[in-house]
Write a protein that binds this ligand. Structure first.
Ligand code: ATP
Ligand code: MG
Length: 415
């Protein structure tokens, strides 16, 4: 027989078993609990969308659209894209599924996203996010609520100590235009000192130069004019209300005047929860207000704000969750006992007691497995016991054993 080579997994994807999977699950479960405390309803949207959903809403010039999307023609000749982020698909659903009737719509979801990036620690080609959005509210209290949700999520995950909320405002349209003009003038003056990528951004997306990671850009970016001098009265008042809300809710934050979201439709609040515990991939939650996005998708002007959190990055930060263990290992000895054991196993599980039984093996092997499984109890069933309608219930850590009638087993274990 010829040897068949097993296909390798796709670069930048992950398989998780044991602790890695438990960490991932704990992050998702915690989010699901916390989002309910805030009244965010659970939604599901497709993993792929027409390419136009992302191209229009993210803008052709962003890194995600120009370099990172998994786009392909399906068999019908339509261009489809594996979602690189949640917001665009959620806004598409808001428009096509009549979700407008529920505004302000507070929604949450989680799942896989796909970006063609260079894989490294904390950066994958299939990764996963938690996502929370408020669609249809222009109120700064919506921003505060989302920030509070992020803050509480991190607290309940036990990682808030090492994570900082960094906050900025991008102002309203008037503010942003004035600031943008001043930035372009500044960058033009220092053209010669900018990286090639930033020269490219200068025509397409000058705000992005501010958060360039290229060390050549840093001096020019750091000496660039800050938005504060250009804030309109309205934009200043909006930011002030967000800050007061955070103070009232007891949420710590720091200002990062260089924090931007590159896309034109971002307004007012922009934020990241960052940590220095993950090397270069230090942003665990990123978000902001995107009042112009739904219009870019062909909808009516609709204010909205949201954030996304990287599940893998959060999973790396948390303490290892306790391993999952069963309560009871069922250990049959002999043919007759096997059938009774199968019935007992079913009863225990139906009663909500986590129970397991090895598919095969002698008594010694099965007891070893029971010990290794971390189970609290072993239920040992021999042919004699079957005849008497009893089983031996053994406490695995102190090794004590007693006889229990089969009919009283569930009750005994629950007590
Ligand atoms: P980065 O600057 O790290 O590339 P980003 O600005 O592209 O992040 P967003 O699009 O705002 O990230 O996504 C929100 C969050 O999703 C990030 O803060 C991060 O935690 C996570 N994330 C983004 N891209 C990846 C990836 N390729 N692998 C793992 N997590 C990711
Ligand atoms: Mg990125």
């Amino acid at each position: 027989m010829s040897k068949i080579e097993t296909p390798r997994p796709i670069r930048g994807t992950q398989d998780m078993l044991g602790e890695a999977a438990l960490r991932f699950g704990h992050v998702v479960e915690t989010f699901d609990r916390v989002r309910r405390l805030y009244g965010f309803g659970r939604v599901e949207v497709p993993v792929f969308e027409p390419t136009a959903v992302f191209a229009r809403s993210l803008g052709e010039t962003t890194d995600v659209v120009s370099k990172e999307m998994y786009s392909f023609e399906d068999r019908g000749g339509d261009s489809v894209t594996l979602r690189p982020e949640f917001t665009a698909g959620l806004c598409r659903a808001y428009l096509t599924e009549g979700w407008q009737q529920h505004i302000p719509l507070k929604i949450a979801t989680h799942g896989p996203l796909f970006r063609y990036e260079r894989p490294q620690k904390g950066r994958y080609r299939q990764f996963h996010q938690l996502d929370a959005e408020v669609i249809g509210s222009a109120e700064p209290l919506a921003d505060v609520e989302l920030l509070a949700l992020g803050d509480q999520l991190l607290r309940e995950l036990g990682v808030s100590e090492g994570v900082t909320l960094t906050l900025n405002t991008l102002g309203d349209a008037e503010t942003r235009d004035a600031w943008r003009a001043a930035l372009v003038a500044h960058f033009e003056k220092h053209r010669g000192e900018l990286s090639e990528d930033s020269l490219d951004r200068l025509t397409k997306n000058p705000l992005r130069i501010l958060d360039s990671k290229d060390p050549r850009d840093r001096p020019v970016a750091d000496s660039a004019p800050e938005i504060d001098a250009f804030l309109s009265t309205d934009a200043g008042a909006f930011f002030e209300t967000v800050i007061r809300g955070l103070e009232a809710a007891g949420i710590a934050w720091t200002r990062n005047a260089r924090l931007v979201r590159g896309l034109d439709y971002y307004r007012h609040t922009a934020f990241e929860f960052v940590t220095d515990r993950l090397g270069a991939q230090g942003t665990v939650i990123g978000g902001g207000r995107y009042d112009g996005l739904i219009e870019a998708l062909g909808g009516p002007p609709t204010p909205a704000v949201g954030w996304a959190a990287g599940i893998e990055r959060l999973a790396m930060l948390i303490d290892a969750p306790e391993r999952e263990r069963i309560d009871v290992a069922v250990v049959p000895m002999g043919e007759a006992a096997q059938g009774v054991a199968t019935a007992i196993l079913a009863d225990l599980r139906r009663a909500g007691i986590a129970a397991d039984m090895a598919y095969k093996g002698n008594m010694k092997k099965r007891m070893q497995k029971a010990d290794a499984s971390g189970a609290l109890w072993a239920v040992i069933i021999g042919d004699d016991e079957v005849a008497k309608g009893e089983v031996a219930l053994k406490h695995l850590s102190d090794q004590t054993q007693r006889w229990v009638r089969i009919g009283a087993l569930v009750e005994t274990l629950k007590a």
